[in-house]
Design a protein around this ligand. Structure first.
Ligand SMILES: [Zn+2]
Length: 263
């Protein structure tokens, strides 16, 4: 049974694991991304973690990398990624292959997650579904009849940039009120600080902890987050219903819960 080195690059942390072809994770490490230190600095840390995976004799057949887009999955070159400023033009494939003497393949992180869901998750391998990931940003991978939809000319469907409120926060993509700028982890932190500039929070996890303790502002923040996550998801529900059956759309009644919510 083959084992590969898996790398998940996020805007906040990088996770590395030795994963068997049956999906079992044998070992894993992670470190902060610290994107401000640059692409090459991060790649050196990834190489060290991948080497540590094999310190006990584990043999890796190759390396698979998931990274936020825009990203060219055929060349490994990173585009202008909002959560990885300054990394544009970095080549994941050449950088890691030169440091590891193993073949490296790269995929948009949301596409990689969708393929993983089709292979080892609850969705059938030949199914049609959207996999949505919400963390530092919001991304989505789309499988149609088991085939990954890469978009026109490889332009990955950037569902995190659907505009939900054009008077909302400025997004790095140039638009205002994108889903990602309203419902990602950093969006929660920005909302808290907007409501209370003295709020001592830096992560969505801290806000959720505060909500569990009953902190009123943290509870409002989680409610605000839930509203926008739901609003973005509802748009896909409508599209799906329209595509499948117009009658389904007639029975779809969105619930308005924006009362008591404010930017
Ligand atoms: Zn945007």
């Amino acid at each position: 049974m083959i084992t590969i080195g898996s790398v998940d690059i996020g805007g906040t942390k990088i996770a590395v694991g030795a994963v068997r072809e049956d999906g079992q994770i044998l070992k894993r490490f992670e470190c902060p991304t610290e994107p401000e230190k640059g692409f090459h600095h991060a790649m050196r840390r990834v190489i060290v973690m991948l080497r540590d995976l094999t310190a006990d004799g584990t043999k890796l057949t190759g390396i698979g990398v998931g990274c936020p887009g825009p990203l060219n999955p055929f060349t490994g070159v990173i585009g202008e990624v909002g959560t990885l400023p300054g990394w544009q033009g970095g080549n994941l494939v050449t950088e890691l292959e030169s440091g590891l003497d193993l073949p490296v393949t790269v995929e948009n992180d949301a596409d990689a997650a969708a393929l993983g869901e089709a292979r080892w998750g609850t969705e059938p391998a030949n199914g049609s579904f959207i996999y949505i990931t919400i963390s530092t940003g919001i991304g989505g991978g789309m499988l149609l009849g088991g085939q990954l939809y890469r978009g026109v000319d490889g332009a990955h469907p950037e569902i995190g940039h659907q505009v939900l409120d054009n008077s909302g926060p400025q997004c790095y993509c140039g638009a205002r009120g994108c889903w990602e700028s309203l419902a990602s982890g950093p969006a929660m932190v920005a909302w808290m600080r907007g409501q209370d500039p003295s709020a001592d929070v830096t992560t969505a996890a801290e806000i959720c902890d505060g909500a569990r303790r009953g902190d009123p502002l943290a509870l409002r923040c989680v409610e605000w987050e839930g509203y926008y996550v739901g609003l973005g998801l509802a748009n896909f529900h409508i599209h799906e219903a329209l595509a499948r059956d117009h009658r389904a759309h007639r029975h779809y009644t969105p619930r308005s819960s924006q009362q008591n919510l404010s930017h």
